[in-house]
Design a protein around this ligand. Structure first.
Ligand code: UGA
Length: 430
């Protein structure tokens, strides 16, 4: 069976490679010609564990090919996945212009029946809109729209795509359902078949619920600080209840990335547009952004005015195991520190200075965590990279001017850090 994936970003490329691993012949399409020419040479466009290996393996087995032509994509396969970006519009709605462009491109090349699958995260009822648009430009050729939201997590992209908790398929015809079931028969996961709107809603509601868990635990962390309780113990105690679950209860600097922030905003927007003011979603956002302010306040309380102080910053990506800095709380912190006059010495295992050109000349990008702490008045931890767990803190202490750590990801045991001679502040820990 053949497949086409239009959009070769994080979701599109990983999805394509996972289908290739399952034996399908996949054509990945993208309008970024530079990216396509790099991919054709086997060069990965971003960091994701296992990506390089998967790409080389699929190319060797001739199961993956790349093209900049939507027309070629439409001709290649009966099933066409759309996995292009749906960024946040100025008014908080999802900007669907990339999807609409692709729909027009598909429609113009449509000659025989195709299943057109929305893989991109879209607001409920986008499928209807796509249908109208494709009908308008396709001259009567039959097609079906399917919603098949993705649940891949960056940093664990292959694991979460090859072994998903569930596969959601929103369909309007038995034919499309049959094709989609056949396509996913090689994956061992429960398949949930719904109508189009329900599948679309499952995605926004899932991501918003994950954001809710994070903001909830961050709000509880504030009460912990006021009451002398410890958020890691509280979260553990809450999470062991199977109805709640332990995942996504890590207090810290809050959520970032390309998905959760924009999806919560877009879900709030579409809910209100449909007639329900979803205030809870606004509160989730408010708590999330508030975590950054609290973190900076903590740093100011521990170090005094940050003006002129050397501050080490560990982590820039929005979470570990990725070089993605979109909506990264760590980058937001870096900007704030620079603005407050701190001399920032940053280190991230994967984020290159070229990724943040506006900070390139305003802070120092260091080659190691030890270089970052040299003569620093304090160390701020903003991303919980595993590498930081293996750090030699005796060495760190020797390098620092003052042994003060403000840990925005609660990576370490406060008692142990204190014993090692550090003044250590976490989030929600007394
Ligand atoms: C998220 C969802 O988890 C995926 O299921 C979904 O497919 C994806 O969005 C998407 O819509 O494409 P991702 O953006 O890769 O995946 O990141 P997450 O692992 O969800 O983490 C988001 C943020 O929350 C990170 O900044 C992370 O540091 C933070 N986080 C996570 C916490 O602060 N506490 C936690 O307990 C968990």
């Amino acid at each position: 069976m053949k497949l086409t994936i239009i959009g070769s970003g994080h979701v599109g490329l990983v999805t394509g490679l996972c289908f290739a691993r399952k034996g399908y012949r996949v054509l990945c399409v993208d309008n970024d010609k530079k990216k396509i020419s790099l991919l054709k040479k086997g060069i990965v466009p971003f960091y994701e564990p296992g990506l390089d290996k998967m790409l080389k393996e699929s190319m060797r087995k001739k199961r993956i090919a790349f093209s900049a032509s939507v027309k070629e994509g439409v001709n290649h396969a009966e099933v066409l996945f759309i996995a292009v970006g749906t960024p946040l519009g100025d008014d908080g709605s999802a900007d669907l212009s990339y999807i609409e462009n692709v729909c027009r491109g598909i429609a113009r090349s449509l000659k025989t029946y195709r299943v057109i699958v929305e893989k991109s995260t879209v607001p409920v009822r986008t499928g209807e809109r796509m249908k109208r648009l494709i009908k308008k430009y396709s001259g009567g050729t039959c097609f079906d729209i399917v919603s098949n939201p993705e649940f891949l997590q960056e940093g664990r992209a292959f694991q979460t795509t090859l072994y998903p908790d569930r596969i959601v398929i929103g369909v309007e015809s038995k034919k499309a359902e049959r094709i989609m079931r056949k396509l996913y028969a090689r994956f061992k996961a429960p398949i949930i078949v719904t109508d189009l709107a329900s599948a679309e809603l499952i995605k926004h509601a899932s991501n918003s619920f994950l954001a809710l868990k994070i903001s909830y635990i961050n709000a509880v962390a504030r009460v912990c600080e006021l009451s002398g309780a410890d958020i890691t113990q509280v979260a553990y105690g809450i999470g062991l209840d199977k109805r709640i679950g332990r995942d996504f209860l890590k207090a810290g600097l809050g959520y970032g990335g390309y998905c959760l922030p924009k999806d919560v905003a877009a879900f709030a927007y579409i809910s209100e547009h449909l007639g329900h003011k979803f205030n809870l979603l606004h509160e989730i956002q408010k708590i999330n952004l508030g975590q950054r302010n609290l973190f900076i306040k903590k740093a100011e309380k521990a170090l005094g005015s940050l003006k002129g102080k050397k501050v080490a910053l560990w982590g820039l990506s929005f979470k570990p195991d990725t070089d993605d800095i979109r909506e990264s709380p760590a980058v937001a912190i870096a900007y704030r520190l620079v603005k407050l006059g701190a001399k920032v010495q940053a280190y991230d295992p994967k984020v290159k200075p070229s990724k943040i050109p506006s900070l390139k000349n305003r802070m120092k990008f260091c080659a190691s965590p030890y270089e970052a702490v040299k003569e620093a008045h304090g160390l701020l931890i903003a991303t919980d990279w595993k590498e930081f767990k293996r750090i030699d803190f005796k060495h760190v202490k020797k390098e620092m001017l003052r042994p003060i750590i403000i840990d925005g990801r609660n990576m370490f045991d406060p008692a142990k850090m204190k014993k090692s001679g550090f003044v250590y502040h976490g989030i929600g820990r007394s």
